[in-house]
Design a protein around this ligand. Structure first.
Ligand SMILES: NC(=O)c1ccc[n+]([C@@H]2O[C@H](COP(=O)([O-])OP(=O)(O)OC[C@H]3O[C@@H](n4cnc5c(N)ncnc54)[C@H](OP(=O)(O)O)[C@@H]3O)[C@@H](O)[C@H]2O)c1
Length: 298
C-alpha cells in the first residue's frame, strides 16, 4: 500500500489504483499539496472483503475514498456474470455502506453502458437506464447500491483511454503500425475520455470536498461526439501510421456483449458544479499522443 510520507491531515484513499484511472490519478496528483494519498489495489484492499475495507479505513482514516476498482472486461462479463456483479455491484455496495457507517465520503465510477443507446440526444443523469450487457447491468446495480447507502458521488464516464494499461488508443497504434488495414465500427457513437482529464476532476473534488463533494449521480466525458471509426481514424492519421481505417457496422463485427449505439453524455451538471471547461476529445487525444511520444523518444 503506497502512502505519501508527509503527515498531512487530509487523506484520500484510492482503490484499484493499478488500473488505468488509478494510474492517471497517481500521475495527476504528483505535487498536489495538502493531501496524503493512499494508493491500493486488490492485494492491499480487496473491495469484495468487508474486513479488508474496514482494516484500511481504520489504518488510514481517509476523508474520501475514490473507488477505481472494477471488473471492466465487457465481453468476458457475458460469461462471468457472477464475478462481474460481485465486483461491480455488491462490492461497491459494501464499500458504500462501510463509508457511510464511518463517515467517509465516497466517489464511485460508473459507465455510459448503463444506457441502451436508443436516444439521439446526450444522456442526462435523470434519463432512464437500461443496460444491454452484463457489464452494464452490473455497473447499474452498483450505482443503485452505492446511492442507496448514501454519502456518495457516482460519476459515469465513457470510452476511457490514456498512456496507462491497455486501451483502444494503444491497440489502434499497434494495429496501425502492423497492419495494412483496420476495420472499425462507425455505428456506435459516444465520446472518448482521457483518463487524466477525469482524474483532474476527481482531484478537484478531493481537494475541495467542502465545496464540491455533493452526493448524487454525475456525467463526465470529454466534449464532442464521434464513432469508434472516427476515433481510430484520428489516431492513425495524426500519427501517420500505414494502416487504412475502414468503417464497418456492428453487424460486421459481432462482439459477445451488446453495446449502446449512442452513449453521448450530457455534462452540464458536473460542469455547473465544478465550473470547469471540459476539453474536446481531439485536444485531449493530441495531448495523450504527445505524452506517449515523449516517453518513447524522450
Ligand atoms: N475503461 C473504460 O473504457 C471505461 C469506460 C467507462 C467507465 N469505466 C469505469 O471506470 C472505472 C475505472 O476503469 P479502468 O479502465 O481504470 O479499469 P481497470 O484498468 O480495469 O482497473 C480496475 C482495477 O481494479 C482492480 N481490481 C479488481 N478487483 C479488485 C478488488 N476486488 N479490489 C480492489 N481492486 C480490484 C484491478 O486489478 P486487476 O487488474 O489486477 O484485476 C484493476 O487494477 C471503472 O469503474 C470502470 O467501470 C471504464
Amino acid at each position: 500500500m503506497g502512502a505519501s510520507t508527509s503527515h498531512k491531515n487530509r487523506r484520500i484513499l484510492v482503490t484499484g489504483a493499478n488500473g488505468q484511472l488509478g494510474k492517471a490519478i497517481q500521475a495527476e496528483a504528483i505535487g498536489m499539496d495538502g493531501i496524503s494519498f493512499i494508493y491500493t489495489d486488490y492485494d492491499q484492499l480487496d473491495i469484495t472483503q468487508k474486513d479488508s475495507i474496514a482494516a484500511a479505513i481504520n489504518a488510514f482514516k481517509p476523508e474520501l475514498i475514490v473507488n477505481c476498482a472494477a471488473y471492466t472486461a465487457v465481453d468476458k462479463a457475458e460469461d462471468e456474470t457472477e464475478l462481474a456483479f460481485h465486483l461491480n455491484a455488491y462490492a461497491p455496495g459494501l464499500l458504500a455502506e462501510l463509508c457511510k457507517e464511518r463517515d467517509v465520503k465516497l466517489i464511485h465510477i460508473s459507465t455510459d453502458y448503463v444506457f441502451d443507446g436508443a436516444s439521439n440526444q446526450p444522456y442526462t443523469e435523470t434519463d432512464r437506464v437500461n443496460p444491454l450487457s452484463v457489464y452494464g447491468q452490473s455497473k447499474q446495480k452498483g450505482e443503485e447500491l452505492v446511492m442507496a447507502a448514501g454519502n456518495a458521488m457516482v460519476i459515469r464516464t465513457s470510452w476511457l483511454y490514456s498512456a496507462f494499461g491497455n486501451n483502444f488508443l494503444k491497440t489502434m497504434i499497434r494495429y496501425g503500425s502492423e497492419r495494412s488495414e483496420i476495420r472499425v465500427v462507425f455505428d456506435q457513437t459516444g465520446t472518448p475520455t482521457l483518463a487524466n482529464d477525469l482524474a483532474k476532476v476527481l482531484l478537484q473534488i478531493a481537494k475541495f470536498t467542502h465545496i464540491y463533494f455533493v452526493p448524487g449521480i454525475y456525467h463526465y466525458s470529454n466534449q464532442g461526439v464521434c464513432s469508434w471509426y472516427d476515433f481510430a481514424y484520428e489516431i492513425v492519421s495524426s500519427l501517420n501510421l500505414k494502416a487504412r481505417v475502414i468503417p464497418i457496422t456492428t453487424n460486421d463485427y459481432p462482439a459477445k456483449a451488446k453495446r449502446p449505439q449512442y452513449s453521448v453524455l450530457n455534462k452540464q451538471k458536473i460542469s455547473n458544479l465544478l465550473g470547469v471547461d471540459i476539453p474536446h476529445w481531439r485536444k485531449s487525444l493530441m495531448e495523450c499522443i504527445e505524452q506517449l511520444q515523449s516517453t518513447i523518444n524522450p
